[in-house]
Design a protein around this ligand. Structure first.
Ligand SMILES: Nc1ncnc2c1ncn2[C@@H]1O[C@H](COP(=O)(O)OP(=O)(O)OP(=O)(O)O)[C@@H](O)[C@H]1O
Ligand SMILES: C[C@@](O)(CCOP(=O)(O)OP(=O)(O)O)CC(=O)O
Length: 421
């Protein structure tokens, strides 16, 4: 180890996206290595709207590994963090920082301690799984700091051990997590099917649904499903292996009708499998079901799918519109049924890519109040409205994979002390 009086701090900052599955991961065959019972497919979301930023630092002055999440110190003693740290340390190589005259030899990494600060740019209480972007970012940033030679798919096998869905956040665009066969999990990794430019017509709108009920975490929920659901066995053995090539084909051909049919069927089967668990698990609520009806009625009225929906382990709806024109019509429908509280206004009700709102001709509450009922609902008079049932909407699109942030002002740790800024 060489450097200025042993007082140096070397650090790296990375940004990593969230991903949303369209073929669901639900059920592990190995709890420690986090090996799934079936392949899954996801779409990476634009990190401009939903992402994790993580700074990792190393210094001979650090006396133990420490981590701060959203500004608060958290323990790294959990098995998932320890497994990721161990796997990364064992692959670390020599680092030479010529600019500052610092050299870290491969053998030094076992003795050196780390400081990690991470920030999720979306509210953690919103029920949007933060562990996917979080563990992917931790692994990606540490791999850069420690000069790992592994490619992103190899790194995904480490992120997988932090949280299964995290392995898919190592790539942008359209991603498949191959379940693998090996007992040691080496072949259970994420590969990119197509990058984010491949199908950039797609618009994604997330309805963050107000919910007071306590949810069963994914880890607990899927364990109980594996132990008790016969439907899961059928799904993993018969259903998913057929749907995976169909979904790959739909993505390859940008075939929205097939994509929508498969995505909705997958979401519904995942929730059926939760209901088939003993005791049953309910993740969707009345608002989730209302959103499904809005989409199903509209799709039926049009004769071809305009929008697809998917729900993870919570009531939030993730909606895929086939293009921008459809996204405008979708947003108008959503605002018609779920208008914002006039006290809070529109600005904090529609976040992310707000330009869709402008294209929809909606600039204020008055425009929302003036929205006509959707034509497909003309027989169901009066059209009821559900103000307060949705907390807010996030408008986004498919996005890129992890990147390094070279702008030092974006680091979350102080470059002199290695402590949170
Ligand atoms: N930015 C981050 N960096 C590292 N770890 C994170 C980060 N954000 C969240 N985590 C870890 O992820 C875990 C919780 O994530 P999350 O709320 O997604 O739980 P989950 O069980 O995956 O959720 P869900 O049941 O909705 O899928 C915690 O252990 C937390 O420490
Ligand atoms: C419903 C899901 O979002 C489940 C995600 O589960 P997690 O990846 O959060 O579970 P662990 O591996 O136990 O950390 C479906 C999916 O993302 O494919």
């Amino acid at each position: 180890m060489a450097g200025d009086c042993g007082k140096w701090v070397v650090m790296v900052t990375a940004q990593t996206p969230m991903n949303m599955s369209v073929i669901k991961y639900w059920g592990k065959r190995d709890e420690t290595l986090i090996l799934p019972v079936n392949d899954s497919i996801s779409i990476t979301l634009d990190p401009d709207h939903l992402c994790t930023t993580t700074t990792v630092a190393v210094s001979p002055t650090f006396d133990r590994d420490r981590m701060w999440l959203n500004g608060k110190e958290i323990s790294l003693s959990g098995g998932r963090y320890q497994n990721c740290l161990r796997e990364i340390r064992s692959r670390a190589t020599d680092v030479e920082d010529d600019e500052n005259g610092i050299k870290i030899a491969e053998k030094d990494w076992e003795k050196l301690h780390l400081h990690i600060a991470s920030y999720n740019n979306f509210p953690t209480a919103a029920g949007l799984a933060s562990s996917a972007a979080g563990f992917a970012c931790l692994v990606f940033a540490l791999a850069k700091l420690m000069n790992l030679k592994e490619d992103r798919s190899k790194l995904s096998t480490i992120a997988r051990q932090g949280s299964g869905s995290a392995c898919r956040s190592l790539h942008g665009g359209f991603v498949k997590w191959i379940m693998g066969k090996d007992e040691d999990g080496k072949d259970s990794l994420a590969v990119q099917l197509a990058d984010e430019e491949h199908w950039d017509d797609l618009v994604i709108i997330i309805a963050v649904v107000s919910s007071r009920q306590k949810e069963t975490s994914s880890s607990t929920g899927m364990r109980e499903t594996v132990e008790t659901s016969l439907l899961l066995k059928h799904r993993a053995k018969e259903v998913v292996p057929k749907r995976i090539p169909q979904m790959e084909e739909a993505i390859k051909n940008r075939d929205f009708a097939s994509f929508a049919q498969l995505t909705c069927a997958e979401s519904n089967q995942f929730h059926a499998v939760c209901l088939d668990t003993s005791p049953p698990i309910f993740y969707m609520n009345d608002t989730s079901r209302r959103i499904i009806s809005i989409v199903e009625n509209w799709n039926r009225y049009e004769g071809t799918p305009q929008v697809a929906y998917t729900f993870d382990a919570g009531p939030n709806a993730v909606l895929f519109a086939r293009n921008r024109k459809t996204a405008i019509l979708l947003l108008q429908r959503l605002l018609f049924y779920f208008p914002p509280d006039s006290f809070f206004g529109l600005n904090s009700y529609i976040v992310g890519d707000k330009s869709i709102l402008k294209d929809a001709g909606i600039e204020g509450i008055k425009d929302v109040e003036g929205l006509p009922p959707p034509p497909e609902m003309k027989d169901s008079i009066p059209s009821q409205k559900y103000m307060g049932d949705v907390s807010y909407f996030i408008c986004t699109r498919p996005g890129r994979g992890p990147v390094l942030l070279s702008d030092k002002t974006q680091a979350l740790l102080n470059p002199q002390t290695g402590l949170p800024k």
